[in-house]
Design a binder for this molecule. Structure first.
Ligand code: ADP
Ligand code: MG
Length: 391
């Protein structure tokens, strides 16, 4: 689960990681009102969307007067912001963060995440932070310093010192002390809140020797939300695709994609394999949908309904392994959904597992023209055929 910058900064404040004074606002009037409480001009106004690359996309503006601030707020608010990370349709901005402008001396990069290959948390630090960090990682990865923190070792302040003292030129003693404190505090945030990512880019130093987090990104591990109620409450439903919101109500694991072949599968692994199969057939999946091992007839119906709400969908591929979910139950669910939603697109079904013969029979004998495949190969052929008809 992603947090907004303003929410992540609120958390940083609690953990004594310094951030600029700021307020969040949902209207132009509130932006102006907030500015009166914050040192300035200049002020910085920042679009609050779950995506990076806002600076380059015009979602972060400096305003030298109330008039400019009003103008910037008007231009950003209520419109989609299209950045490198939002996809072509962009993300509609409903909230702005107004901040004091900080006089930047150096822009550093600091982040903590899980290194999955080692199954350990890792801190990444670099003295070339800022808006081009992806480019730096690509062309000169040696500019990034990594320190792994094995779970059984726990925190050692030495790690923070090692990173901070890697800076060249070395900052003054106060800055160094503040920097090592911030690295330690970010580790605490990461561990205490079950983060999958905690990133500060840029982390800046000022001429006065202060170290301030100008940006803040926190992702919470979804699997830990059950024990992080306060974090789960920060979820912003406006950030989700409306179909994803709908799916979440029924505990369906649905992610919208850009293609035109809808897929309904049980089990995340099979869902991935199915997406590969769709791609190999020369098409693009319209979604990832895992209805779960123990899905009920109702969930199958809802899953199909959601796939069909996506206007791009030109064919549907249902690929189910009937373990806990029996194939005959699934077949009835598919039938019920097909009747309810008046499916007009071709539906390819591949079933395997418990009561598979019954399941296939139900589908084959129905008045609706399902294409029932007996195995993955045949399913792939049918998908290929459906693609050639629909594109
Ligand atoms: P993004 O990463 O989405 O582009 P940032 O929050 O990192 O957004 O802002 C982009 C750039 O804008 C930063 O690299 C920094 O140079 C500048 N910036 C952001 N906030 C402030 C601020 N409060 N004062 C001064 N400059 C800022
Ligand atoms: Mg940033």
């Amino acid at each position: 689960m992603k947090l907004h910058e303003y929410q992540a900064k609120e958390i940083f404040r609690r953990y004594h990681i310094r951030v600029p004074a700021g307020e969040v606002a949902g209207s132009v009037d509130k932006v102006i009102e907030s500015a009166r409480n914050i040192n300035g001009p200049p002020w910085v106004v920042k679009a609050q969307v779950h995506a990076g690359g806002r600076g380059k996309a015009g979602g972060v503006r400096i305003a030298d007067s109330l008039e400019q601030l009003k103008q910037a707020a008007k231009e950003i608010l209520g419109r989609p912001l299209i950045s490198e990370q939002t996809g072509p349709e962009g993300k509609r901005v409903t909230k702005l963060l107004i901040e004091e402008a900080v006089e930047i001396e150096r822009e550093l990069y600091l982040a903590m995440t899980i290194d999955r290959s080692k199954a350990e948390p890792v801190i990444i630090f670099s003295q070339v932070g800022g808006m081009d960090i992806e480019e730096v990682a690509r062309v000169s990865p040696e500019q990034l310093m990594n320190e792994h923190i094995p779970f059984d070792m726990g925190w050692s302040p030495f790690v923070a010192k090692k990173l901070a003292y890697g800076l060249d030129p070395l900052p003054g003693p106060n800055t160094l002390k503040e920097l090592t404190n911030i690295i330690s505090r970010l580790y605490t945030v990461f561990m205490e809140l079950d983060c999958s990512l905690a990133e500060i880019n840029p982390l800046v130093t000022t001429k006065k020797g202060d170290v301030i987090a100008l940006d803040a990104k926190i992702n919470i591990d979804d699997n830990a939300l059950f024990r992080r109620k306060a974090m789960a409450d920060l979820d912003d439903p406006l950030e989700k695709e409306h179909l994803e919101r709908e799916a979440a109500k029924y505990h369906l694991n649905y992610i919208k994609l850009d293609g035109n072949i809808g897929a309904m599968v049980n089990g995340a692994g099979l869902a991935m394999a199915t997406m590969d199969l769709i791609k190999m057939a020369g098409a693009e999946p319209a979604n990832f949908l895992d209805v779960g091992g123990g899905a009920s007839e109702e969930m199958v119906t809802k899953g199909l309904e959601i796939i069909l709400m996506d206007e791009k969908v030109k064919a549907i591929f249902i690929n189910i392994f009937g373990g806990i979910l029996r194939c005959d139950v699934l077949a009835r669910g598919v039938l019920a959904a097909a009747e309810k939603t008046h499916i007009k697109v071709p539906v390819i079904v591949r079933l395997e597992g418990t009561n598979v013969e019954d399941g296939r029979k139900i589908l084959e004998e129905s008045d609706l023209k399902f294409m029932v495949a007996k195995d993955m190969n045949e399913a792939a052929d049918l998908v290929t055929r459906a693609v050639s008809i629909t594109v």
